[in-house]
Design a protein around this ligand. Structure first.
Ligand code: ADP
Length: 166
């Protein structure tokens, strides 16, 4: 049986922690769809198109991984693709409560889809999109925290933001 898993997230921006989860998941499943969440009520630093483009460039080395944008319920999106698993990453215990709750709700909504959790790598255990955003906005060096395509995009974004504010 060919297995398809979805790895959903905000990816605002994608980090090396996300990329590590993608790489490891790509060895466990036949196909991975990285689902870039678009929530009209949420404010993002990067647009959906920027998040998708940065991910597409970052995952092209994994032939069984593709990137798609989605709106609305994750379980509906997963069903529409025929995914049997939802992959999520886990860092410190602070991730656990939220991930546990989401996994329970998702199972209730779609019992045929299971959640699979991959523990972060030691070196990425304190890496988050919000930390990267903060470092970038404050002018710090984020190049060791994100894939090269994301670093390029963030540099351009920060430069254009500071031009539009000046
Ligand atoms: P969301 O808003 O859905 O939590 P994120 O883009 O912040 O989206 O995260 C997507 C998934 O990746 C989540 O399961 C999160 O726990 C996981 N994740 C984020 N950063 C890391 C990391 N450094 N190592 C492993 N998993 C991570």
């Amino acid at each position: 049986m060919r297995t398809l898993a979805i790895y959903p997230g905000s990816f605002d921006p994608p980090t090396l922690g996300h990329l590590d989860v993608i790489e490891r998941a790509s060895k466990m499943f036949d196909h991975i769809v990285v689902g870039v969440g678009v929530n009209a009520k949420k404010e993002y630093f990067l647009t959906a198109e920027e998040r998708v483009a940065a991910l597409v460039e970052s995952v092209h080395v994994f032939p069984n991984v593709r990137v798609e944008k989605f709106e609305g319920l994750l379980t509906q999106f997963a069903r529409s693709l025929g995914a049997k698993s939802i992959v999520r990453g886990l860092r410190a215990t602070s991730d656990f409560d939220y991930e546990f709750q989401m996994a329970m709700v998702n199972r209730r909504l779609a019992p045929e889809i299971d959640s699979a959790f991959l523990m972060t790598k030691w070196e990425y255990s304190y890496l988050s999109s919000s930390i990267v955003r903060e470092v970038a906005i404050l002018g710090g060096d984020f190049s060791s925290m994100v894939p090269p395509a994301v670093a390029k995009l963030l540099s351009v974004k920060i430069a254009s933001n500071s031009v539009s504010q000046s």
